[in-house]
Design a protein around this ligand. Sequence first.
Ligand SMILES: NC(=O)c1ccc[n+]([C@@H]2O[C@H](COP(=O)([O-])OP(=O)(O)OC[C@H]3O[C@@H](n4cnc5c(N)ncnc54)[C@H](OP(=O)(O)O)[C@@H]3O)[C@@H](O)[C@H]2O)c1
Length: 342
Amino acid sequence: MTSTRRIVLARRPHGEPTDDDLVVETAELDPPAPGEALLETLYLSLDPYMRGRMSAAKSYAKPVPIGGTMVGATVSRVLECPGGEFEPGDLVLGYGGWQTRSVESVAQLTGLDANMGAASLPVSTALGVLGMPGFTAYAGLTEIGRPRPGETVVVAAATGPVGSAVGQIAQARGARAVGIAGGPEKVAYLRELGFAAAVDHRADDFVEQLEAATPDGIDVYFENVGGHVFDAVFPRLNTYARIPVCGLVAGYNDTEAPAGPDRLPRFMGLVLSRSITVRGFIQTEFADRLTDDFRRDMTAWVADGTVKFKEDVVEGFDHTRDAFRGLLTGRNFGKLVVKVVD
Ligand SMILES: NC(=O)c1ccc[n+]([C@@H]2O[C@H](COP(=O)([O-])OP(=O)(O)OC[C@H]3O[C@@H](n4cnc5c(N)ncnc54)[C@H](OP(=O)(O)O)[C@@H]3O)[C@@H](O)[C@H]2O)c1
């Protein structure tokens, strides 16, 4: 028997998840059976979608049951694998969740090269730029946003793993990427990444900054956040604008409808009169068709510097809950991962 420290959903949060909603406990793990592996978590990914898994509201995926371990992608080291599919010490991408050790089916695991191929990147990039968030940016932009050279692409949460890849891929395709982020430090980083313009949604003059940054209007709005950012963006959408709706993180902790007038009639009026396409997506929809293309393109772009990435590595499993709360309020700066074990 081996033990794991894990974070379980003790009750469904109302608003921001508290330490009484997400409880740390120690549990014994059964030894791995043939077809399974015992893993030690090295990096645990924290992603905004996890807030949805804490809620019982109907969604595209099942909620975590009360008493269940919080789900999530992990990079782990194999400790034992009775069937021999992996050797002890091998690194794998899995879905171990918020815990220090896990027993997983080998069918769910992908072997990782410690150097991430020839690129010599940190293995944690399998959770970020070379993993699910990078793929989300790639699929949503190329399949739905479809920016043409010279068009203006706006994305918020632009220093995060999805937004930063969206903006850089758009620039590489000859479009003009405008990034929206919270605070001057994040805005300065977007300029370093080569975004054509960057604006601060926390600034008093955010709406004026956005107007100045989008003199020709907006052709693609890659929707990551909703809220006051969307309110500022939608009047600036051009005829035939495309909106890949990827996420609405500004509202994930909301407990009631937003204040103010109902924006829907005005927005639908614009959708009609400007022939705007609004298309939601969950990245898994594109996995079968685009994963190979994504791996080829993104690996090359990261290697040649077309796409740069930033990780926010929080050291220690005990900081997981606080780090997750920060993700929903913009305290993270780059792809948020928890380093559980060296
Ligand atoms: N559809 C899919 O398949 C799919 C897959 C992956 C991710 N997503 C979605 O993609 C979005 C970005 O994910 P990510 O992993 O790249 O996250 P992220 O950018 O690392 O983190 C979320 C960021 O959202 C911003 N934010 C939070 N509250 C905000 C508010 N009220 N107004 C404006 N911005 C706010 C913060 O950045 P600032 O400090 O810059 O405001 C925060 O850092 C999320 O909505 C996520 O749910 C969707």
